[in-house]
Design a protein around this ligand. Structure first.
Ligand SMILES: CC(C)(COP(=O)(O)OP(=O)(O)OC[C@H]1O[C@@H](n2cnc3c(N)ncnc32)[C@H](O)[C@@H]1OP(=O)(O)O)[C@@H](O)C(=O)NCCC(=O)NCCS
Length: 186
């Protein structure tokens, strides 16, 4: 699996490497990131939204999420192609229920960042982030037919715990609940 690094918790960031060895940067969402997050949401297609709909992907939501950064309810991260953020965000991931022992993970990449192993690496970064905060496990839900996501999560250590038919957007799909158990010092 691609190498990755979570900096000391007070740095609120780190790096991941894609399959070619290129370094990408991850940092926590900041209150000033409304434009960055709103611009990122515009990169996702309706087909992406059908797979990834934890909340609306619009500017109003970007405003709400950046305003809530210090609430402690979630750990939200941006994936950046360069350290200074000049290229905008090409990925967005989060650990919701952050106050709980088992937060729930969500993650997406801009189309331009896909197919490089970053789905696996970014998932791994978020899992490491939960482990560094002393969490005991991470949970998530994924549609079974979302193959890149399912494979990313399996490669990062998630295993199926249950599944059910979920109705969303006018169709029913098999939605899988997954869990990754964390060991101290992972
Ligand atoms: C899910 C997502 C982050 C995965 O990132 P990615 O860059 O596409 O995937 P990666 O390059 O890291 O590859 C992950 C795995 O999926 C496989 N994969 C990637 N694209 C694939 C495709 N179109 N068909 C089949 N397998 C595919 C890769 O081969 C790899 O598996 P492997 O390690 O066994 O070879 C990205 O596709 C995305 O943002 N999708 C839209 C939002 C979304 O669905 N989020 C998840 C919601 S639960």
């Amino acid at each position: 699996m691609a190498r990755r690094r979570v900096d000391a918790p007070d740095n609120r960031g780190g790096t991941v490497a894609d399959r070619s060895g290129r370094t990408w940067y991850v940092r926590d969402l900041r209150p000033a990131d409304t434009d960055v997050l709103a611009a990122y949401f515009t990169l996702l297609t309706p087909a992406d939204y059908a797979n990834f709909h934890p909340h609306p992907l619009d500017r109003e939501t970007a405003e709400r999420l950046t305003a809530e950064v210090s609430s402690g309810g979630a750990c939200r991260c941006l994936l950046l192609p360069d350290r200074d953020g000049a290229g905008g965000a090409l990925g967005y991931g989060f650990l919701d229920d952050w106050a709980q022992a088992e937060p729930s993970l969500g993650m997406s990449l801009a189309p331009a960042a896909r197919g490089r192993g970053l789905g696996i690496a970014f998932t791994g970064y978020l899992v490491d982030r939960a482990a560094a905060a002393g969490k005991t496990a991470v949970r998530l839900c994924v549609y079974r037919d979302n193959v890149p996501a399912y494979r990313s999560y399996t490669a990062a250590g998630f295993r199926e715990v249950d599944s059910h038919l979920e109705a969303w957007g006018g169709r029913e799909r098999d939605e899988v609940g997954m869990r990754c158990t964390l060991r101290p010092g992972r």
